[in-house]
Ligand binder design. Structure first.
Ligand SMILES: *Cc1c(COP(=O)(O)O)cnc(C)c1O
Length: 381
């Protein structure tokens, strides 16, 4: 079989020379646990490049979200507003700390949270709104911030997919009091499993450090402020090891190259698919400059995502849908008492992500594009 007909994977995590050599440096050294020199380099990079002054490298974005839940000091009955169309831990991190999750709908043309529906979801028990930047696209962030200020709520950005993505030229991750990023192998920049908490409100910084230090005042000890460190709060082992930090730093050194490759691929899909019927290609929200995290199509309601993924599978192309709306999930559906979330349902039924990774070749991409048009011709007869 000709190599061009081999299976095109949905994702192929990129390692890169720099990541490999950084990991080798850790292996030759003495520091393997978290908080070492590579952790510091990553933190410096995030501060210099994106202006994130207070970052905490964690083992996952889920960890960072769980730190947010702890920082909120949730009490029984407290409510957190989360879009239904998102990854499970955007909601579970808060549920685990006892919060009631209030699910919000998506926008009609974009999976992000629908700001128009929020007024009626906010109650005296609401503590925070989680804004997920789907596909690395931010939307309505000024209005979200304003709404949170008016109601005294914490804005938390689930910026898992949003490294090097911007809203009104400001980096995603800089809008909420708290923001979380993921460095899971499915994201643009990764270290296998990894994440980061970004603290943009100083009132949370000291306590975030204590949570990361497993509930101790170890950072005071490191700075010589106390003779011994002791248990001062709750906490857990959230931090990333130096192995993860080194791999991540190597990836950051290639960030510009990775991003420009991904953006080229994204734009090639987007240009080619201008000829598809309206509504199939992604709508990029106003003021959003995305990071080519993923390219997706949304099919008209007569079809479901599996019609296209099956069709592509027969042509050796792996494509996948994304989230299943959480308000209808086995875990949440029995307690869900809100309204129908028709846009979240629509993205659940219709969304298909196409292969997008740094090493996708032009030839492979043209094969994917051709196959999508073949599907479209077949269904539109
Ligand atoms: C990937 C992702 C997460 C989870 O990230 P982990 O690092 O795997 O914990 C959470 N939220 C969103 C929106 C994601 O895309």
């Amino acid at each position: 079989m000709a190599p061009s007909k081999g299976i095109i994977p949905f994702n192929k995590p990129y390692a890169g020379e720099a990541a490999v050599s950084a990991v080798n440096r850790v292996l030759q050294g003495q520091t393997f646990a978290g908080g070492g020199p590579f952790t510091q380099r990553c933190k410096d990079y995030f501060s210099e490049r994106f202006g994130f002054e207070h970052t905490f490298l964690t083992s996952s974005c889920t960890d960072a979200l769980e730190m947010c839940a702890l920082l909120l000091d949730l009490k029984e009955g407290d409510e957190i507003i989360v879009p239904s169309y998102t990854y499970v831990t955007s909601a579970l991190a808060f549920r685990r700390q006892g919060a009631n999750i209030i699910f919000a709908d998506s926008q009609a043309r974009h999976p992000n949270i629908n700001i128009q529906t929020l007024d009626k979801l906010i109650s005296p028990k609401t503590k925070a709104i989680v804004a997920v930047h789907y596909a690395g696209m931010g939307s309505n962030l000024y209005q979200l911030k304003e709404l949170c200020t008016t109601h005294n709520l914490v804005l938390i950005e689930d910026a898992a997919q949003a490294i090097d993505a911007y809203f009104d030229n400001k980096p995603l991750g800089s809008f909420g009091q708290l923001a979380c990023m993921s460095f899971h192998e499915t994201k643009n920049i990764h270290c296998g499993e990894g994440g980061m908490l970004i603290v943009n409100d100083d009132k949370f910084t000291g306590r975030a450090q204590i949570l990361l230090d497993k509930g101790t005042n170890r950072s005071d000890f490191r700075r010589g402020l106390v003779k011994k460190y002791e248990c001062v709060d709750i906490g857990s082992s959230f931090l990333a090891s130096e192995l993860q930090a080194a791999f991540l730093y190597g990836q950051l050194e290639h960030l510009d190259a990775i991003q420009s490759t991904r953006l080229n691929i994204w734009n090639r899909y987007n240009d080619a698919f201008q000829d598809l019927p309206t509504g199939w290609i992604p709508f990029v929200p106003e003021l959003s400059r995305h990071n080519a995290h993923c390219f997706y199509l949304t099919l008209p309601s007569e079809y479901t995502w599996s019609d296209l993924t099956q069709f592509l599978k027969k042509r050796n192309i792996s494509s996948v849908t994304h989230y299943q709306a959480l308000h209808k999930s086995p875990f949440f559906k029995n307690t869900y008492q809100g309204e129908d979330l028709c846009h979240a349902d629509y993205f659940t039924n219709s969304l298909v992500r196409l292969p997008l990774f740094a090493e996708l070749t032009l030839e492979q991409q043209l094969r994917i594009i051709e196959s999508v048009f073949e599907f479209e011709r077949q269904v539109s007869i």
